[in-house]
Design a protein around this ligand. Structure first.
Ligand code: FES
Length: 136
């Protein structure tokens, strides 16, 4: 069952959203992106080179055209597909969260996540460069 996130008019491009993984109970940050086709994408906010590194560390997302840039080592991810087109994790894909845009509102349709908060606090213990990587 889809759960309403908010009216689209209340949401902003590149907004951070806090989710909870219903399997593990872990909190996960996601970034709401309006891609080049004006479609909304919700990507988890973690680089796929070092998966503990946030793409938006709380001071805004770095973008270049229709791509998201990880400031740590320059990986670039296509906003519409989440695929890394350049950098140490080239070919990897950002984990996606399923949403539905309907009747002027955005709904969370991904059963793996539930909405925790639209007000993300950045106390940030996840910005370290130590972490797991399949691409080191
Ligand atoms: S941590 Fe993102 S490119 Fe290395």
């Amino acid at each position: 069952m889809s759960k309403r996130i908010d009216k689209l008019s209340n949401l902003s491009d590149n907004q951070l959203i806090l989710l909870r993984d219903t399997n593990t109970g872990e909190e996960k940050e996601a970034i709401l992106i309006k891609d080049e086709n004006d479609d909304y994408q919700l990507w988890l906010n973690y680089c796929q080179h070092i998966t503990t590194v946030k793409l938006d560390k709380g001071d805004g997302l770095t973008e270049r055209g229709d791509e998201i840039v990880c400031e740590n080592h320059g990986a670039m991810f296509k906003k519409s597909t989440g695929r890394c087109t350049y950098g140490p994790c080239e070919g990897a894909v950002l984990p996606s969260v399923d949403t539905i845009s309907e009747g002027g509102a955005l709904y969370l349709s991904d059963e793996q996540y539930e909405l925790e908060s639209l007000d993300v606090q950045n106390d940030d213990d996840m910005n370290s460069t130590s972490g797991e990587s399949d691409y080191s």
